[in-house]
Design a protein around this ligand. Structure first.
Ligand SMILES: *[C@@H]1O[C@H](CO)[C@@H](O)[C@H](O)[C@H]1NC(C)=O
Ligand SMILES: *[C@@H]1O[C@H](CO)[C@@H](O)[C@H](O)[C@H]1NC(C)=O
Ligand SMILES: *[C@@H]1O[C@H](CO)[C@@H](O)[C@H](O)[C@H]1NC(C)=O
Ligand SMILES: *[C@@H]1O[C@H](CO)[C@@H](O)[C@H](O)[C@H]1NC(C)=O
Ligand SMILES: *[C@@H]1O[C@H](CO)[C@@H](O)[C@H](O)[C@H]1NC(C)=O
Ligand SMILES: *[C@@H]1O[C@H](CO)[C@@H](O)[C@H](O)[C@H]1NC(C)=O
Ligand SMILES: *[C@@H]1O[C@H](CO)[C@@H](O)[C@H](O)[C@H]1NC(C)=O
Ligand SMILES: *[C@@H]1O[C@H](CO)[C@@H](O)[C@H](O)[C@H]1NC(C)=O
Length: 457
């Protein structure tokens, strides 16, 4: 944005409402509806889905106004549609004011309404005006929250629509300094809210009593927010939360939501997650996670140390991502209690030795990623108890030899092993004995073909 425009914008936002001239109407255009497969099913029947894309062609110069009736125009009660997603996009990050229609036409009945906003700058009252359109179940806001609400009076929009929302995501696009929590009345309690994800706010101001505001929260994802410690109180409820209205995820949705994360959970509950990717959490030697959590990510935090008890009070964790950090070693017994863990990612760290007992307790492990470390030595027995292991990645390390005593030789599960980019010279013979092995990759190693010609004669 050129500086001149920024200046003008700033002034116009600071002016009291009475001095601001009526902003012009935005140009609104309905894009071709998108076809995507059903995301949810009710009683086993997939809910037909339509995605309504509304593009607001605003400009760099002035805030402009959209009437809510323009957003829902043409939403017909088409016979089979049970799930409507409204996706509002703005072409510029200049504030857009959403003005509620005082005589709104009722929207067609739907099992599920979803709302997504991309690239828009809205003030609080505009968001409330949008949310008052329907009882939205999910709300994703990829944009910026601007201060104000002065262009229309907040009392004109009554909004308790956050009460119906089960999943709330905010990805901050802006540099404005309005707290996202100002959307929630802190005296209230949002019992249906199961998932909150806040990304890229840089000065995260978590309310102190988050647990009374969102008593049933299952997921608190806070990637890229400059956090130095994880939230110490989360999760405060151990109760499983089911999807609303007896809904379940379809196979398509469940693949994205759970399978792709190596999670094995029912299709009708929310996953329990703490995503703290790209924060500034460097030392967990004294920190103890606790309670029922399915997945934790600490990826890309410059994390240097873990404590013996960092993970010992967690129940049911299936996916632990510690990749892209500075871990030199693992405390003895750090994974001792994690018998349900299915995926462990330690890639891109500084580990140099794998000890016999590091992974022994992880009897459910499906995927172990140790790529891009400095591993020179793997003790005998390191992986041999991992009978469920499907994929082992040891690529880009400093491994010279691999002993068969490290591996689960009798495993019927192990299907893929990657040893690429290691100075290993001899092809380990165990790869010919592990029965289920489909891929054994040794690219860019020091193995010469001459050394195993004997096997084929
Ligand atoms: C509604 O549909 C009509 C006909 O398809 C179209 O001309 C009009 O622009 C649509 N209205 C909005 C607000 O998208
Ligand atoms: C919104 O538009 C509808 C129809 O176009 C109109 O009846 C209504 O008065 C408008 N509301 C506002 C607040 O401008
Ligand atoms: C934003 O506001 C918070 C408190 O409301 C304050 O602590 C923080 O320093 C502010 N950040 C900037 C960049 O102004
Ligand atoms: C949360 O704290 C605020 C003040 O900090 C208080 O007004 C509010 O009642 C609390 N909310 C709940 C649900 O306890
Ligand atoms: C969910 O299903 C049960 C029976 O399977 C039924 O008793 C209950 O009313 C349903 N709840 C909703 C919200 O549809
Ligand atoms: C990370 O935290 C340290 C203090 O522990 C601070 O000095 C540093 O500036 C922070 N880095 C970022 C990128 O926030
Ligand atoms: C780690 O985070 C930094 C800062 O956000 C980013 O520039 C870098 O690409 C990330 N690295 C990886 C491997 O994701
Ligand atoms: C192949 O194996 C022989 C005997 O074990 C060894 O002397 C030779 O160095 C190996 N070749 C390479 C390229 O490692």
């Amino acid at each position: 944005m050129p500086p001149k425009t920024k200046f003008f914008l700033f002034i116009s936002l600071l002016l009291p409402a009475s001095m601001v001239t009526e902003p012009p109407d935005c140009q609104v255009q309905q894009d071709k509806d998108q076809n995507i497969p059903p995301l949810f099913a009710s009683g086993g029947t997939p809910l037909e889905m339509d995605v309504r894309i509304i593009v607001v062609h605003n400009t760099l110069e002035d805030p402009c106004v959209v009437n809510t009736s323009q957003i829902v125009a043409n939403l017909t009660s088409a016979n089979k549609i049970e799930n409507t997603a409204i996706h509002l996009k703005c072409t510029f990050p200049t504030p857009v004011v959403i003005r509620p229609d005082p005589h709104p036409k009722p929207l067609p009945e739907r099992e599920v309404y979803m709302l997504q906003i991309t690239g828009c700058a809205f003030d609080k009252s505009s968001i409330f005006a949008l949310l008052s359109l329907a009882e939205f179940k999910t709300f994703s806001f990829l944009g910026s929250l601007v201060t104000g609400g002065d262009l229309i009076s907040l009392k004109d929009v009554r909004c308790d629509s956050f009460q119906s929302i089960v999943s709330f995501a905010f990805v901050n696009f802006g540099s404005t300094n309005e707290s996202i929590w100002s959307l929630f009345d802190k005296r209230d309690s949002f019992e249906n809210m199961a998932e909150i994800s806040i990304t890229n706010t840089h000065w995260l101001d978590l309310p102190e009593n988050l647990s009374s505001i969102f008593p049933n929260l299952q997921t608190l994802d806070l990637p890229n927010n400059g956090l130095q410690v994880p939230h110490s109180n989360f999760p405060w409820t151990q109760d499983t939360v089911y999807l609303p209205n007896n809904l379940s995820r379809t196979g398509y949705m469940h693949q994205h939501y759970a399978d792709s994360q190596s999670l094995s959970i029912p299709t009708d509950i929310f996953r329990r997650s703490m995503d703290m990717k790209k924060n500034n959490i460097t030392d967990l030697s004294m920190f103890e996670f606790h309670g029922l959590i399915h997945m934790i990510s600490l990826q890309n935090n410059s994390l240097r140390s873990l404590g013996e008890n960092t993970f010992s009070k967690i129940l049911g964790i299936q996916n632990l991502d510690l990749s892209v950090n500075n871990l030199h070693s693992l405390p003895i017994g750090v994974f001792l209690e994690l018998s349900e863990l299915r995926l462990l990612d330690l890639s891109s760290n500084d580990l140099s030795v794998i000890h016999k007992d590091d992974f022994t307790p992880l009897t459910s492990l499906h995927r172990l990623n140790l790529a891009k470390n400095k591993i020179e030595f793997i003790e005998d027995g390191s992986f041999s108890s991992l009978q469920e292991l499907l994929i082992l990645d040891l690529s880009a390390n400093s491994i010279r030899t691999l002993s068969e005593h490290s591996f689960p030789m009798k495993s019927l599960s192990l299907a893929e092993i990657y040893v690429d980019e290691n100075p290993i010279k001899i092809l380990p013979s165990f790869i010919f004995y592990v029965r289920g092995l489909k891929i054994a990759s040794f690219e860019r190693t020091h193995i010469a073909f001459e050394n195993f010609t004997g096997l084929f004669t």
